[in-house]
Design a protein around this ligand. Structure first.
Ligand code: CO
Length: 221
């Protein structure tokens, strides 16, 4: 019941204040989280609860199947603010086994707009078709695809101009790919992380070459 939520909230606020009279005053003046969490919207994977982090300790973005769409203004705004203003040092992309988004991406049915949203998962499945085909069990196959997708999202995030620029400025922030198991409540690091050593080199496409190319282009007309 909604009334219960509000009652619970009043109790929670009173308890915090009893433990520490400056608790809300301090939090209202400053947030300085060390972590940005990019996770699935699934109600069973709440960032703060499963990592034991308190209010003020983790900045959170969640969407269906924890995907990095490069044109997603919501994600990019969160990312830019987290990196450039909050100065987070770790970005955790966390997916989970038994993800309904991964399942929906692969069941062959039409669900509506969500099918467009889930396209990156089908792309990952296509790129890894040979390793996925070897898995006989459907649950195992979907969980493996879920992990491959997490690694692909980490890579995609690492290539965004926001992250590339941060690394170029000497920021040492790291991106991590984690998976959560609904069966035992445990998080695992997939070892697919990225750091500033993965900075892209753009020298081959310097402005000089681009200019001379556009010059040729114009003179051809
Ligand atoms: Co999910």
């Amino acid at each position: 019941m909604l009334k219960d939520l509000l009652a619970h909230n009043r109790n929670w606020a009173a308890e915090r204040e009893a433990e520490d009279p400056d608790y809300f005053k301090r939090l209202s003046q400053l947030q300085k989280p060390e972590y940005l969490w990019i996770g699935c919207s699934d109600s069973r994977v709440p960032a703060n609860v499963i990592t034991g982090l308190e209010p003020g300790e983790v900045f959170v973005h969640r969407n269906v199947a924890n995907l990095i769409h490069r044109g997603d203004l919501n994600l990019l705004s969160v990312l830019e603010f987290a990196v450039e203003s909050l100065g987070v040092q770790h970005i955790i992309v966390c997916g989970h086994h038994g993800c309904g988004g991964v399942r929906a991406a692969m069941d062959g049915d039409r669900h509506g707009i969500i099918d467009h949203w889930l396209q990156p998962i089908r792309d990952v499945a296509e790129h890894n078709i040979h390793s996925l085909e070897h898995l006989a069990d459907q649950t195992e196959r979907l969980d493996s695809l879920c992990e491959l997708s997490i690694a692909a999202q980490v890579e995609s995030l690492a290539r965004t101009p926001i992250i590339q620029s941060a690394w170029r400025r000497g920021n040492r922030l790291k991106i991590h790919g984690w998976v959560y198991s609904l069966n035992d409540g445990l998080l695992h690091d997939l070892g697919c992380g990225r750091s500033s050593i993965h900075r892209e080199k753009h020298r081959r496409f310097g402005t000089h070459q681009l200019k001379s190319h556009s010059h040729q282009h114009h003179s051809a007309h």
